[in-house]
Write a protein that binds this ligand. Structure first.
Ligand code: DHE
Length: 814
């Protein structure tokens, strides 16, 4: 009896097995142990490969006996074995797809068989082109643009896929490429290797050793506001983590890349810690500077906490220059006495905590929360910054009052009413004029919206801030930061300055009386300093009354300053609505005195502190104003003269006058954008028609960046437009459009070329909208308000900011 035959017969037959066992026992057959049944499996199970890339399958067996033969079938997917048939077989596939079947039949010496199967998924081979994209996104931060070294100091052009994946596994600072939510796949690594293979030879210009002196200087100048390096923590804390121990957690290559390319590193998933409240900003360091800073950090880590630089000692002239710089650049946000409002408290104590280095860093680079990058943009020289860092650590000087007789003395009636035209001297459509603020030139340029001509450029107050129209629209009132009100007559052949007056040392707001019967009758000017408002005759600017603001806030606490922020003129009552910034009251100022002598605050409505900018709802019965440092929009019912709601919309709301429109789902709504976060918040604003959502947040729309200053629309535009002027992440030239129909962000696009995109104004019929390119060599860009395509551009305008169409401003259309 052949052994093979017996064996085959034994399989699967218990009875015959028993007989065979008996025969074995009585010695009638050759003795052999019964084999286990033959089984097989394939490795890798459910594998992946790329087109044209070998994948090795291994057949594994248990049981059976003797030599096995393997018969593979890759016909599903047309895989072709590249080596002789064996238990290991290398296969290539020529087309992507799958999962394809991989079939294996195994036969043993006795002719017993087993079969098994798995699958393989085949992806397209990584090309150098895909590899380049992946390299730039994931590797170039550490290894350099040409892969010849970079911060990692390793030429990796000859690294194959195996070395790359090995490094990702072994190196702690590369682990994130394999452990993040979307790890690099084998195919992607292969593509990167294919790309590296194509690179020419080159040289790495990053020095092997960093310059520690430069590194320290750069670190102090750029990193110290956000990061401490040991020492006593401060409260509120700095935005970034303390850096003591940085050498334990990170390699020099990682730190260099992190300082040099933080945005790319964050996008690549390199930093696993919390990124709030602000992401590490890209400060534009060169590779070499980033490397110096990284080396300095490692060195400092071994030496212990870093000691802050001493402030410089200011001469009287330097102190005076810093006082002026503070007034021009800082007081608006931080208050004349530095107690904080739109910006935080930077009084002498807090400034000393932030330190000389930290103050210098923030003045130079700004913050994503909206602080301007005065050094980077050339607004302040390094010397001004150094002196300001010292000035801020000294107590603030006193500020002078401005009394009524001084205001009267400043009044200049350039053209008396009797000498002005009684009808327009021209045939232009003056209601479609738009005045453009040329901020740093202290000028207003006036454009004819029908003919698209610039008609005139007039000199107004220093750093002129806004224009408001008289209720008829005939007069523009410009307010300069120096408190100078300038009155411009639009009926003369070319617009002409007819009067001016200075009621404040520092101001941002002005408005006219708009209630029927009081057209063009009075003007109110609100002061940032002194804490007062002044009312003037609407046709001559002759001062009528100065009213002091109370120096007490809504909590009954005393104030050292209380600024008038936004003012709106009611169309429904003979009142102005006045926001008291520090105090947090919205005041109603009545101008109905029959004698025209008394303009009292008839109501002080407690709302929230740090009121700033705002405008009306659709009916004009509600005033919605940002309490921006309280992260609230405040809603004041002007009929009942009471607080209707506070809405926590987000970080530092800043709507300008804001926007209202008919939302298809929620009825009438208003909205604000924010300086502190990339978000537009929309809230119901129709307590009569839609009480269910009145003053409730109904939509939150994410923008690509924080730093927005203005949101605007027009009843005839399908869009709500929003800027991101103070973006610290590269969106300052862009604007975004939200569809009124869908309530969703439709598009964001670049409009500015030279400077920052800021503020919107529509023409009289809402068919076009203007955006400023805010730069010394600036422009006003005019877009079709439906297609949002550019229709024209007025160039050569120095620092254009706000724009005010006569009709829209007189009628509060936004
Ligand atoms: Fe303004 C409106 C205050 C910085 C452009 N700005 C306002 C108003 C206030 C104000 C209170 C509302 C007036 C009203 O409605 O009666 N602005 C301040 C500041 O305190 C702050 C933060 C700092 C400062 O020192 O002035 C400041 N503002 C700016 C700017 O940097 C802008 C972009 C350019 C500039 O002029 O300095 C700027 N602000 C404007 C504009 C408006 C405005 C264009 C009017 C918007 C509108 O459509 O009505």
């Amino acid at each position: 009896m052949k052994r093979g035959f017996l064996k085959r017969s034994l399989q699967g037959a218990t009875f015959l097995t028993a007989i065979a066992s008996m025969l074995l026992v009585i010695g009638l057959v050759e003795v052999e142990a019964a084999p286990k049944p033959l089984t097989c499996s394939i490795s890798p199970a459910d594998g992946t490969t790329e087109v044209g890339v070998l994948i090795r399958f291994s057949g594994m067996t248990t049981g059976g006996s003797g030599q096995k033969t393997y018969s593979w079938d890759f016909s599903d997917g047309a895989g072709v074995p590249a080596t002789a048939i064996d238990n290991n077989v290398d296969v290539t596939y020529s087309t992507a797809g799958g999962p394809f079947a991989v079939l294996l039949d195994v036969t043993d010496r006795n002719g017993d068989t087993a079969n098994c199967s798995t699958t393989v998924t085949v992806t397209d081979r990584g090309t150098p082109a895909t590899g380049e994209k992946l390299y730039l996104e994931n590797c170039r931060m550490c290894h350099g643009l040409e892969a010849v070294g970079g911060f990692a100091q390793r030429d990796i052009r000859t690294a194959g896929a195996t070395r790359i994946s090995g490094a990702i596994t072994r190196r702690a600072d590369m682990n994130f490429l394999g452990t993040r939510a979307n790890p690099l796949t084998a195919a992607e690594i292969d593509s990167i290797a294919a790309y590296l293979d194509t690179l020419p030879r080159g040289t790495d210009d990053i020095p092997r050793r960093g310059d520690l002196v430069v590194g320290e200087d750069q670190f102090r100048k750029s990193c110290t506001y956000c990061h401490s390096f040991g020492g006593t923590p401060i409260e509120p804390p700095r935005p970034g983590p303390d850096l003591m121990g940085v050498a334990t957690n990170f390699s020099d290559a990682f730190l260099g890349a992190w300082v040099g390319f933080p945005t790319e590193m964050i996008d690549a998933g390199a930093y696993q810690g919390p990124l709030d409240p602000y992401r590490m900003p890209d400060l534009g360091h060169s590779d070499i500077n980033a490397w110096d800073i990284a080396q300095f950090m490692l060195e400092q880590d071994g030496m212990g906490p870093m000691v802050d630089s001493d402030p410089v000692v200011l001469t009287p002239a330097e102190f005076e220059a810093s006082r002026q710089d503070y007034f021009n650049l800082c007081a608006g946000c931080h208050g004349l006495f530095r107690t904080g409002a739109t910006g935080p408290d930077i009084g002498a104590l807090r400034s000393a905590q932030i330190g000389t280095d930290g103050l210098g860093a923030i003045l130079y680079y700004g913050t994503p929360a909206g602080m301007g990058n005065f050094g980077q943009t050339g607004i302040m020289t390094q010397e001004q910054i150094t002196n300001m860092a010292a000035y801020l650590q000294l107590p603030p000087p006193d500020a002078p009052p401005l009394e009524f007789p001084q205001i009267v003395n400043s009044w200049d009636l350039v053209i008396p009413v009797a000498n002005r035209p009684t009808a327009p001297e021209h045939s232009r459509n003056w209601e479609n004029y738009t005045g453009v603020i040329l901020r740093d030139a202290g000028q207003v340029a006036i454009f004819d919206g029908d003919t698209n001509e610039e008609i005139v450029r007039l000199s107004t107050g220093f750093a002129v801030h806004i224009l408001r129209s008289s209720s008829s629209g005939r007069y523009y009132y410009a307010i300069g930061r120096d408190g100078l009100v300038t009155m411009i007559d639009l009926w003369t052949t070319v617009p002409t300055i007819v009067a001016n007056v200075k009621g404040c040392h520092d101001a941002r707001s002005v408005d006219a009386s708009k209630f029927p019967g009081f057209e063009d009758t009075y003007i109110i000017e609100g002061c940032y300093w002194p804490p007062q408002y002044v009312v003037y005759d609407g046709l001559t600017l002759k001062p009528k009354q100065k009213v002091d603001l109370p120096l007490v806030d809504i909590d009954g606490l005393p104030l050292i300053e209380n600024r008038v922020a936004s003012i709106v003129a009611s169309h429904n009552d003979p009142v102005w609505v006045v926001s008291q910034k520090e105090a947090g009251f919205v005041s109603i100022v009545d101008y109905s005195d029959p004698l025209g002598l008394d303009f009292p605050m008839v109501a002080n409505i407690p709302t929230a502190k740090f009121l700033h900018d705002g405008g009306f709802d659709n009916t004009g019965n509600y005033f919605l104003v940002a309490a921006n440092a309280s992260n609230l929009m405040v809603v004041v019912d002007l009929v009942t003269q009471s607080l209707a709601a506070t809405i926590p919309t987000g970080l530092v709301p800043h709507p300008g006058r804001g926007v209202n429109w008919l939302d298809p789902v929620y009825g009438w709504v208003n909205a604000t954008s924010h300086i502190g976060e990339g978000k537009v918040t929309v809230y119901g604003a129709d307590p009569v028609g839609r009480p269910d959502v009145a003053w409730q947040i109904v939509r939150e729309i994410t923008l690509p960046s924080s730093g927005s200053l203005f949101i605007k629309s027009h009843p005839n535009s399908p869009w709500v437009l929003v800027d991101m002027t103070l973006s610290a992440t590269g969106f300052d030239k862009d604007i975004c459009a939200i569809s009124k129909a869908s309530g969703a962000l439709d598009r964001c696009f670049t409009v500015a070329t030279n400077g920052k995109a800021v503020h919107f104004e529509f023409n009289i019929d809402g068919s076009e909208v203007m955006v400023s390119d805010w730069d010394p060599d600036g422009a006003v860009i005019v877009l079709d308000s439906t297609t949002l395509t550019e229709v024209r551009r007025f160039t050569g305008l120095p620092t254009p900011t706000g724009k005010f169409n006569v009709f829209n401003t007189a009628h509060d259309i936004y």
